[in-house]
Design a protein. Structure first.
Length: 323
């Protein structure tokens, strides 16, 4: 296991290098110039100012030269300054935006997992019944509906049609004070974005759990446990569920980073001040330093959770060994 972990960790370095090169190249191909945005917003902006700022930020150099300069600073922990906010990009993301995304994505993950596991088990145990068909139809709807469309529909229903039952967006209501009122207010702001963000994972994980449970309850060790007279409850929860949940653990590990990337649409629709909304705004205004540190962090999460999923799989199933 130790050798496997060391090899996987060493693979992260070249992988991140390739990802950073591709991301920087794609962002550099985006039409527009951040200095052009400054010039449009300032009537007194001269051509001399434009040339001086392009030279100061290194934008007068080819994109690959800019990339090597960015990479040289990034390996030292310097991801540049946000041109939009005038503060270090990494500090802005991790101090002001990332905690909000963790709150939204963490709750979405918890809701999706806690609902998907029992729903998948119930659907498998009641195969070809009305309950199974209802859950299956719900899964197909959840997989098919785009997150941004679902978010807009949720806003229309709960914020417009029912006249403000839940807030249409944002994170807090101005003027709310007190610990309990602020907690309730934050919860009300979370309900709609969590419902939208968790919908896709909930549908996918329920389908996987159902398929895995159907396969597991037909295996020999489950049949043997039933033949010994063990109660059905123990057969399902002690023997079948532990093995059936293994594929879902891998899927959850792989999907955790996708919650952060999927939060870009959710946070934009609901105006949630998280990292996803920061990426969207940064790309619009050509604030590449903010976009790069955010996208690189999401890439690192993908690699890290891939490794954690493999380790968790081996810990739960003793039959799995990594050499």
């Amino acid at each position: 296991m130790a050798t496997y972990l060391a090899r996987r960790v060493l693979q992260v370095i070249p992988t991140l290098f390739v990802i950073s090169l591709l991301l920087f190249g794609l962002l550099s191909m985006k039409p527009g110039d951040p200095i052009d945005d400054m010039r449009r917003g300032n009537p007194g902006f001269t051509q001399a100012d434009y040339d001086r700022l392009r030279e100061f930020y290194g934008l007068d150099k080819p994109w690959y030269v800019q990339y090597w300069r960015w990479l040289g600073r990034a390996v030292r922990g310097d991801f540049g300054v946000s041109r939009q906010f005038g503060r270090p990009a990494a500090s802005y993301i991790f101090n002001y935006r990332f905690p909000n995304t963790v709150l939204l994505s963490g709750l979405s993950l918890l809701v999706a997992f806690c609902v998907a596991v029992p729903a998948g088990v119930i659907s498998a145990l009641r195969q070809h019944t009305a309950v199974d068909y209802a859950i299956t139809v719900g899964n197909f709807i959840g997989v098919s509906i785009p997150i941004f469309w679902l978010g807009i529909m949720l806003i229309y229903i709960f914020a417009v049609y029912f006249r403000g039952v839940l807030p249409a967006g944002g994170m807090v209501t101005p003027g709310v004070t007190g610990t309990w009122p602020m907690f309730v207010d934050r919860l009300r702001h979370l309900l709609l974005p969590v419902a939208a963000l968790s919908s896709l994972q909930l549908a996918q994980w329920t389908r996987f759990m159902r398929s895995s449970m159907l396969e597991t309850i037909q295996l020999d060790f489950v049949v043997t446990a039933r033949s010994k007279g063990i109660s059905e409850r123990k057969v399902i929860f002690k023997h079948a569920l532990k093995n059936a949940i293994l594929p879902l653990i891998t899927l959850v590990g792989l999907n955790v980073p996708l919650l952060f990337s999927g939060a870009i649409l959710t946070e934009t629709v609901f105006n949630w001040p998280g990292m996803g909304r920061a990426i969207f705004d940064a790309i619009l205004v050509n604030d590449f330093n903010v976009a790069m540190v955010s996208l690189m962090f999401i890439s690192l999460l993908v690699l890290a959770f891939n490794l954690l999923a493999d380790v968790a799989y081996a810990l739960i199933d003793p039959r799995i060994r990594y050499e």
